[in-house]
Design a protein around this ligand. Structure first.
Ligand SMILES: Cc1ncc(COP(=O)(O)O)c(C=O)c1O
Length: 303
C-alpha cells in the first residue's frame, strides 16, 4: 500500500484531503447524527483495473440510514454513487482502497436538528487483517450488543460505534484481537465491526437478522457463495455455547473481509487452525471481489 490519499470529495466537490472541514459543534459530531458506509474497491491483478464491490447495496443501506435519521434534503443516490467513483479516480490508487462515505448534519443545533445535511467521501489505503491465514483470538465480551429498540443496529450510524469501540478496547486490554457481542438475551450477535459465522456439521450458520446485527453486505455475499458451493446455510438464533463446540468460526465484513477465528475465550476453535470451509469461502470471496472469476459481474462497478 504505497499510495496516499490526497483528494477528498466534500459535498460533491473534490478538495485537498486536509482541507475537509466540519465545525466541532456540528450536530453530526455533537449528537452523533451521522450515517456512513465502508466500501472497498479491489484491483484485478490481470487488468490492473479497480472495481467497487457491491456499491449499489451499500448505497441502498445508506438510504435506509438517512431515512431513519429523518435527514432534510439528503444527497441523492446518484450524487453519492458519483462521489464514490470520483473519490477513487481523483486519487488514482495503484492498489486496493477502502472508501468511507459519510452523511452527517453540518449545522449547529440540538438533538432534533435534521439539517443542513452534508457528506464526504474518502478513498484511503487500508491494510488487510494480518490474521487472514492464521486466525483471530476472540472473547465473548461482557458488553452486550446494542439493542434494536435502543439504537437500531441495522442502521450504520456513527453513534452505534461507541458500543463497538468500548468492547474492542476492553478485548484488546485483555489480550484478545476483538470481541464477540451477545444480544441482551444472551444469543450470539456479531463482532464489533464484522458479522460472525459458525460451521457445524458442514452447515454454514450465522445469527439471524433479528439478532441485533448490522445487515451486512459481506454476510449476504458469504451466504450466496456458500449456497453456490452447495454448502447448507442457516440464518438463525445462535447460542453462546455453540461458539465453543463449533467446527469452524469466521468473521466477515467489508473492512475485515473474511478472517478465520482460531480461539474464543482461549478455547481453540476446532483444532485451532483455520478450517477447510472457512478457507474455501475466503478463496471464493477473494475471487469475486477482485473479479478473477466472471461470476457475479453485477457486484463489481468499474471505476
Ligand atoms: C458492526 C458491524 N457489523 C458488521 C459489519 C459488516 O458489514 P458489511 O459487510 O456491510 O461491511 C460492519 C462493517 O463492516 C460493522 O461495522
Amino acid at each position: 500500500m504505497a499510495w496516499t490519499a490526497h483528494t477528498i470529495i466534500q459535498n460533491g466537490k473534490a478538495i485537498p484531503f486536509d482541507d475537509a472541514r466540519l465545525h466541532p459543534l456540528a450536530v453530526g459530531l455533537a449528537y452523533g447524527a451521522s450515517v456512513f458506509e465502508g466500501i472497498r474497491a479491489y484491483m484485478n491483478p490481470a487488468t490492473g483495473r479497480l472495481s467497487v464491490f457491491r456499491l449499489e447495496e451499500h448505497l441502498v443501506r445508506l438510504d435506509q440510514g438517512m431515512k431513519f435519521m429523518r435527514f432534510d434534503d439528503p444527497p441523492s443516490r446518484e450524487q453519492l454513487r458519483q462521489g464514490v467513483l470520483d473519490s477513487v479516480r481523483a486519487n488514482a490508487p495503484d492498489d486496493d482502497c477502502y472508501i468511507r462515505l459519510q452523511v452527517h448534519i453540518e449545522s449547529l443545533g440540538n438533538q432534533s436538528t435534521t439539517g443542513k445535511v452534508g457528506w464526504v467521501c474518502a478513498a484511503i489505503p487500508r491494510e488487510r487483517s494480518t490474521k487472514r491465514s492464521t486466525g483471530l483470538s476472540l472473547n465473548v465480551s461482557s458488553w452486550t450488543r446494542i439493542a434494536d429498540n435502543t439504537t437500531p443496529a441495522r442502521i450504520k450510524a456513527t453513534a452505534n460505534y461507541h458500543a463497538g469501540r468500548i468492547s474492542t478496547l476492553q478485548s484488546k486490554a485483555d489480550g484478545y484481537d476483538a470481541p464477540i457481542l451477545l444480544t441482551r438475551d444472551g444469543k450470539v450477535s456479531e463482532s464489533a465491526g464484522a458479522c460472525l459465522f459458525m460451521v457445524r456439521d458442514g452447515a454454514v450458520i450465522t445469527p439471524a437478522r433479528d439478532s441485533d446485527i448490522l445487515e451486512s453486505v459481506t454476510r449476504d455475499t458469504v451466504l450466496k457463495l456458500a449456497a453456490e458451493l452447495d454448502l447448507p446455510t442457516q440464518e438463525r438464533r445462535a447460542d453462546r455455547s455453540e461458539l465453543y463446540v463449533a467446527d469452524e468460526v469466521f468473521l466477515c465484513g467489508t473492512g475485515q473481509e473474511l478472517v478465520p477465528v482460531a480461539s474464543i475465550d482461549r478455547l481453540p476453535v476446532g483444532d485451532g487452525k483455520p478450517g477447510p470451509i472457512t478457507m474455501r469461502l475466503q478463496e471464493a470471496y477473494e475471487s469475486v471481489v477482485r473479479g478473477t472469476t466472471d461470476a457475479h459481474a453485477e457486484w463489481r462497478t468499474a471505476v
